[in-house]
Design a protein around this ligand. Structure first.
Ligand SMILES: *[C@@H]1O[C@H](CO)[C@@H](O)[C@H](O)[C@H]1NC(C)=O
Ligand SMILES: *[C@@H]1O[C@H](CO)[C@@H](O)[C@H](O)[C@H]1NC(C)=O
Ligand SMILES: *[C@@H]1O[C@H](CO)[C@@H](O)[C@H](O)[C@H]1NC(C)=O
Ligand SMILES: *[C@@H]1O[C@H](CO)[C@@H](O)[C@H](O)[C@H]1NC(C)=O
Length: 232
């Protein structure tokens, strides 16, 4: 067919006009498709954008904008690319998002890693407003001060790692109100004191890492009720 078309062309000039129009048509089509895709792109919950930006600013870190937070949209690029996960080499700090909300127009931040980045000082309150987090890893930093009772806001959290830090104070009893908590990593975190009685509720715990922290008191009986526990 295409060959016949060309045969019909009389002069080389009209051939190039034809090819030119053809190319413009394709370009326009690609452009229109792109615009449609951009419009369909889900956006991050505005309160989470604010919280994330404030948190990272206070910690003196920021996204590598070639990877994610592209043009100020945190849930973009690698953060919504299923082939890249938390822990993939070269992505740190990093977040992952779930953009399936509100008919795929709204994203929530579900995972965050700020691992071994020499982040020091407090844990800003903004962290506790990211209440869709299922995975939070702030291990191997220089975070101080006690862990805030507001940790109870992270009601979806499954994997929590604040190990190897310079935290102080006791384990907040609010940690025991996190119904999904499965892995708790607090080796060398600096926390101390007794295991709060609220921990009796943590029936989904599979592993608890508590090496090199000063826990006092006896090992509570309710640990026998952590029926999924595989390592302590
Ligand atoms: C994301 O990008 C915006 C705009 O470039 C910037 O203001 C903000 O601090 C960045 N946030 C993070 C978490 O890197
Ligand atoms: C969800 O989005 C799709 C595609 O944009 C649309 O066809 C559908 O009507 C939407 N559903 C609701 C409940 O808004
Ligand atoms: C914890 O969650 C409550 C209810 O969503 C919210 O009002 C509060 O501001 C949150 N706390 C922090 C420190 O973000
Ligand atoms: C273990 O769970 C059972 C059933 O919920 C409860 O009756 C019991 O008090 C729990 N044991 C401890 C030591 O908390």
């Amino acid at each position: 067919m295409y060959y016949n078309h060309i045969m019909l062309m009389k002069a080389p000039a009209s051939l190039s006009v034809f090819v030119c129009l053809y190319v413009i048509c394709i370009l326009l089509e690609v452009l229109v498709l792109n615009v449609a895709q951009t419009q369909a792109q889900a956006t991050t919950a505005p309160n989470e954008v604010k919280a994330l930006n404030a948190l990272y600013e206070k910690w003196g870190i920021s996204a590598n904008q070639n990877q994610w937070n592209i043009s100020g949209e945190p849930c973009s690029g690698a953060a919504i690319d299923d082939s890249i996960s938390i822990g993939t080499d070269g992505y740190n700090p990093f977040i992952k998002c779930d953009c399936s909300y509100n008919n795929k127009t709204l994203c929530h931040i579900t995972e965050m890693q700020v691992y071994s980045l020499q982040v020091d000082g407090v844990i800003p309150d903004e962290l506790w407003s990211l209440n869709f987090l299922t995975n939070l890893n702030v291990g191997l930093n220089l975070l101080s001060v006690p862990l805030s009772p507001s940790v109870s806001n992270l009601t979806a959290i499954k994997y929590l790692n604040f190990g190897i830090n310079t935290l102080s104070g006791q384990l907040p009893k609010e940690l025991g109100t996190l119904p999904e908590l499965t892995v708790l990593y607090m080796d060398s975190s600096g926390v101390s004191g007794e295991i709060p009685s609220t921990f009796a509720n943590l029936r989904n715990l599979e592993s608890v890492w508590a090496f090199d922290i000063e826990l006092t008191g006896r090992i509570p009986d309710f640990i026998g009720n952590w029926s999924n526990l595989k390592s302590l």
